[in-house]
Unconditional design. Structure first.
Length: 88
């Protein structure tokens, strides 16, 4: 199901949902570091945090580091990505 190594959570995106969501996510452009953490794992962390209401720093340890998850969530929120994508 997921590309990473965390255990499955009810908030994780399914393969079908990922096929829909992936094209909606901003693509990295320009120079900089390569994407080391799979975006699907980051999205799963975002969905977990939003759905459960936990603080970013309290994400379970089998998700990517909370700083990485929030690093992606914050600009996506500002760009309106989360107006198109909402956890169920």
């Amino acid at each position: 199901m997921s590309e990473g190594t965390h255990k499955a959570y009810p908030t994780d995106v399914t393969d079908q949902e990922w096929e829909i969501l992936q094209p909606l996510l901003p693509v990295k452009t320009g120079k900089g570091r390569n994407q080391e953490v799979p975006l699907r794992e980051i999205v799963n962390g975002i969905f977990y945090g939003l759905r459960t209401g936990c603080q970013w720093a309290n994400l379970p340890h089998d998700f990517p580091q909370y700083r990485t998850v929030f690093y992606h969530y914050n600009p996506w929120k500002k760009k309106g990505v989360w107006n198109q994508i909402r956890p169920t």
